[in-house]
Design a protein around this ligand. Structure first.
Ligand SMILES: [Zn+2]
Length: 338
């Protein structure tokens, strides 16, 4: 639609309708009207902000270089900027990066994101994964309380080459998601999904092969607030974990066609698993090394969508991680791939 067509359409509207269009345009404009650098500086809150190198809080402002505030850490003596270690660290085209965020949130393909933003395909791909790496911060800070449902699901291991980003993936079997009832080998990557009744979600890729009580403990121990009640299927490892940590635990035996015992069930986590399965299919054969990134994205999607200003909210979320750049660099060496 051309600008003159829009003008033509507006001229035919009633006064009340025009008022609504005007309000809507203001809303859209305000959504994009933010300063990324300002958000990054705002997160740091001046002296005593966390050092991205050693996490010490003994930091202070240390001058302004080329218009950017610099900080110094009294412990490791290193200098840092508001975005050191973040997804925008070492970035030359920050304005384009800002324009890229709504493209990513819209779920467009890498190719479309690249075209709409005016960057090459490789950059669009790298930016996607820097952003999704940054979303890991939200996941790492999520805590679950009240009644928490947990379950493990399995994704077929794939080391699909990502050199040729636009290649149509080969069809193989039933895709990367398979039922855990089919037997679990090291060809599968275990993912633990946990969700409480307030809608907090946590999705973590664990390892190749079946999860044990040890891994369940390593994921859930710090995630569950005191007095949380755990609901799972009858998998023995959850029982062992709950017993060891004195957590009230209710098991649902799906094999005995039992789906619910009062308020205790695993229906939320089951529906997350099937929704995730459909959602991830749209990305056409996700290579396993990027699996955790997509899990991060899935976990924050709801939070972003429900925000009054989704684009700005995503920008804040992205800028909060001071390890996104490092995580992006090391994506091929993730623990669960070994
Ligand atoms: Zn430091």
């Amino acid at each position: 639609m051309e600008l003159k067509d829009i003008q033509q359409k507006i001229s035919t509207l009633s006064e009340a309708e025009r008022e609504r269009v005007y309000t809507q345009i203001l809303r859209i404009v305000s959504e994009y009207d933010y300063d990324f650098t300002e958000i990054e500086l705002g997160n740091k809150k001046g002296d005593g902000c966390s050092c991205p190198h050693c996490a010490s809080k003994k930091t202070r402002k240390n001058g302004v270089i080329k218009g950017v505030q610099r900080f110094i850490c009294n412990d490791c003596k290193k200098n840092f900027r508001p975005n050191t270690g973040s997804a925008t660290s070492k970035l030359k085209k920050k304005e384009l990066f800002k324009a890229y965020i709504p493209q990513l949130l819209a779920g467009h393909s890498i190719r479309k994101c690249a075209k709409e933003t005016g960057v090459c395909i490789q950059t669009a791909f790298d930016w996607r994964h820097k952003i999704l790496s940054a979303f890991n911060k939200q996941q790492s800070e999520t805590r679950l309380s009240g009644i928490c449902e947990s379950d493990d699901i399995y994704f077929t291991f794939s080391n699909k080459g990502e050199k040729n980003l636009t290649r149509t993936p080969r069809k193989r079997g039933k895709g990367i998601f398979e039922s855990k009832k089919r037997g679990i080998s090291t060809d599968k990557i275990a993912v633990i999904i946990s969700s409480d009744r307030k809608g907090n979600k946590h999705l973590q890729a664990i390892k190749r092969g079946r999860v044990t009580a040890y891994e369940i403990e390593s994921v859930l121990k710090d995630k569950l607030e005191p007095q949380t009640i755990l609901c799972t299927d009858a998998h023995r490892s959850y029982t062992a974990f709950a017993k060891q940590n004195k957590i009230e635990h209710h098991t649902i035996k799906a094999s005995a066609k039992e789906y619910k015992r009062g308020v205790y069930h695993v229906q939320h986590v089951n529906s997350i698993a099937s929704d995730l399965k459909l959602w991830i299919k749209d990305f056409k054969g996700v290579s396993s090394k990027y699996l955790q990134n997509y899990l991060n994205w899935y976990a924050v999607n709801d939070i972003i969508e429900k925000a009054a200003n989704p684009v700005r909210n995503a920008a804040v979320m992205i800028s909060l991680s001071s390890v996104a750049w490092e995580q992006f660099k090391n994506i091929g060496n993730l623990q669960y791939l070994l």
